[in-house]
Design a protein around this ligand. Sequence first.
Ligand code: URA
Length: 482
Amino acid sequence: MHAARFDGSFGGWRSEARRLLQAGVPPHAVNWQAGKDDGNLFASLVPEPVQASSPPALLIPRELPELLENAARFRAEDRWALLYRILWRVSQGDRAAMLAGDSDGSVLQRRLKSVYREAHHMHAFLRFRQRPAEAGAPAFVAWHEPAHDILEIAVEHFAERLGRATWLIATPDAAALWDGSQMRILRPCPIELRELARGAEDPGAELWLAYYGATFNPARLNRDVLESNMPVRFWKDLPEGPLIPQLMSQARAGQQRLAQTASVGERAGKEVLIASDRAQPQRAPSTSLEDCRGCDIWRGATCVVPGEGPHDARIMLVGEQPGDQEDLAGRPFIGPAGQVLQRALAEAELPRERVYLTNAVKHFKWLPRGGPNSRAATRLHATPKPGEIKACRRWLGEELEQVAPQVVVALGKTALAALLQTYEPQRLRLADFAEPFRHEEHWLVVAPHPAAVLRAGDGGEQRFDELVAALTRARQLAPAAG
Ligand code: URA
């Protein structure tokens, strides 16, 4: 067995293969060792063929070298052995070795197909991020993780389309740098280029996400087709990647309205394009709750969940935000927490139909659980941030004005923070509000949130009793409600 050592490049393999071929070494007698350098790189154990004059030219079809070079981009242990076997057979006159009907030829053709497809993936799923201008540094950078060594054949595409703009594409193994007129391929990828590409922020991401979310058409969603056209492995490097499981889960729920909404047009362009504006985006006030875009929670929600109950109710209960089931039904407190509340209301002898039920935040905020690979992704409740509670406060204010309750029950800290307009639920301790107190035009009673009863485990019973006690107290403070 001959150990054929070379540097792992196609050029290195080609020189070695030519030498072996001229020495008449058959494929089964060669052990290819790519990138092995024991101080004697390229020194195969095969003696140099004794040549009287120049070596005989290899008789191979004109297209074969390019096919072999591209097939060599397919990452597989046996890639060099396969190429040599095919080269050997073709040079012996057996051209079938290149064709799909042959055992080697079919592997060759399949690998070529995968390589071209992977280059297409790079064209389709690579996202450049613009960097602040800096002398000598590329204006656009992208990170991409191809499954095969396709960088060299894929990057021309970008050079042709991006004109004189300078850019960097970094991958785990190699980098391509375009200075506006010339391409440099660096293999391996220098660590600083890798960091530059991976660490880049995208100032336009928010606008792009708004556009993507608004044009995603759930009616067309076929998860298998989506994943075969846009493999999951690329999602993490796409700005829209984290949005996809969320949009898919909404589509599964069959509830998202078809998405060419006014949402993109409604966004203030400056808000997303000027970095200094990003901390405190200016948003045009929404004219109706249904169309509220006061914060970003609406993006993931199926619908808005307004309060429900008689508009002359004497008691108003305020929760945190709708949950998964409320989001699908458009009604507050109908899921598991709603059932706990229902039981507590019954024990407090307070009929649900007599109270007005609402939430501090009117859209369901959630995160996908299970990650993009999980087919059974579920929507995990996420706590609204102070800014989101604040952005939604105007709707609660309108409800308080309209219903003018005698007693308001804050179910949990988010509701309390919204009612007190402190917007910092984490600073509040429910125990500090054990007694009802006058607040604005009503009594304020503070109770544990029904979901806390569910979460409390062994302490659930005590929490439930506290909830019932608070509701009973509310009934007593507004006698006509019972
Ligand atoms: N939790 C809430 O706070 N509100 C609901 O509507 C449902 C669950």
